[in-house]
Design a protein around this ligand. Structure first.
Ligand code: 8YV
Length: 326
């Protein structure tokens, strides 16, 4: 008999069929669907879980006595209690390579949108305000040759450094636990302290995951160290930045602008003060949201689950120590 799995996000038909070749697939729309009792029954039997989001912690694991692998269609896994999975010997698989270039494109899009005021000025054109040749109240600021700061030099940070260095002639500063040899050799990136990064850069780009260590890493004190002309971009996770402190800094001119793909609460509330600010570009967590990349992420997650449940894992495993136990 094929192992039973729960799929809790819609994926392309060919990938669904690939799952069905290996497993009995029970599909749901999220982990809190309308048909909750059917989900609970499926979870009792399930050996694998594939989808994205949803809280997977101790309490959730009580519902899944036969679970052997979780395959998230994302690189981030802050919604998952990895210690709880480890205790239960459940593998956690993710998609760390499928979205790198696309998220780096999103970062650059936010850098350009904020600096050149693309969204705000396009809205003014739509509102009929473009009546004459534009004056300096429509001007933006340059991106090329400005200093970019990358908070977290992982895969995405590296892809951003490449764009900034080769595409825009930008000096690159970065913080990370260890100096990153490739970033330094290929893109002339300079490793520095967080304070130096805050004080020197024109664009602060946050690509960090959410952990206990990164929660509110950028708060009022850190924002106060930035140049008043600086622009903050966040595509990592919302809670890495203290959103209330950011709102205050954007309102009182502590920093110039922000481009935000992620927020402390998602979806962002329509009443958020962020949406009232002219100097904010807010997009709905689109970091990886292109057709190609979302397909590739789902394909990677499908392959990851098959590997995890057939004992053939070679990559993309967050907790490989569990492999030794199973
Ligand atoms: C996904 C992300 O958009 O991979 C991640 O960690 O934040 C995004 O690429 C999101 O998790 C929904 O699949």
């Amino acid at each position: 008999m094929k192992p039973s799995i729960v799929l809790y996000k819609s994926i392309p038909t060919d990938l669904h069929q690939r799952l069905e070749q290996h497993f009995t697939v029970n599909s749901f729309d999220g982990l809190t669907p309308d048909n909750q009792s059917e989900l609970l029954t499926a979870l009792q039997q399930t050996e694998g879980l594939i989808g994205s989001g949803g809280k997977i912690d101790h309490d959730f694991l009580q519902l899944t006595p036969r679970l052997r692998a979780v395959s998230t269609i994302s690189v981030g896994y802050d919604n998952v209690d990895v210690d709880a999975l480890n205790q239960r010997g459940v593998l956690l698989m993710h998609t760390p390579t499928a979205l790198t270039e696309t998220v780096a494109d999103t970062l650059m899009a936010l850098v350009l949108s904020c600096a050149r005021r693309v969204v705000e000025l396009a809205e003014r054109v739509k509102a009929g305000e473009w009546q004459d040749s534009i004056g300096d109240d429509w001007y933006g600021v340059d991106v090329h040759h400005k200093t970019i700061g990358i908070l977290g030099m992982g895969r995405i940070g590296l892809a951003l450094a490449q764009r900034a260095h080769f595409g825009f002639n930008m000096p690159v500063l970065y913080t990370s636990r260890q100096p990153h040899e490739e970033a330094e050799q290929r893109f002339g990136a300079r490793h520095c302290s967080l304070d130096t990064l805050l004080e020197e850069v024109d664009f602060l780009c946050i690509t960090l995951p959410l952990t206990k260590q990164t929660y509110h890493m950028i708060g009022r004190d850190q924002l106060a160290k930035m140049k008043s002309s600086a622009i903050l971009i966040n595509t990592g996770r919302g809670p890495v930045v203290d959103e209330q402190a950011l709102i205050a800094a954007l309102q009182d001119g502590t920093i110039h602008a922000a481009g935000l793909d992620v927020f402390e609460q998602e979806p962002l509330a329509v009443g958020s003060p962020l949406l009232k600010l002219r100097n904010v570009v807010a997009v709905p967590h689109i970091g990886s949201a292109t057709r190609e990349t979302r397909y590739n992420m789902a394909a990677s997650a499908v392959n990851n689950l098959i590997a995890a449940l057939t004992g053939t894992v070679t990559e993309n495993c967050v907790n490989p120590q569990v492999l030794k136990q199973v």
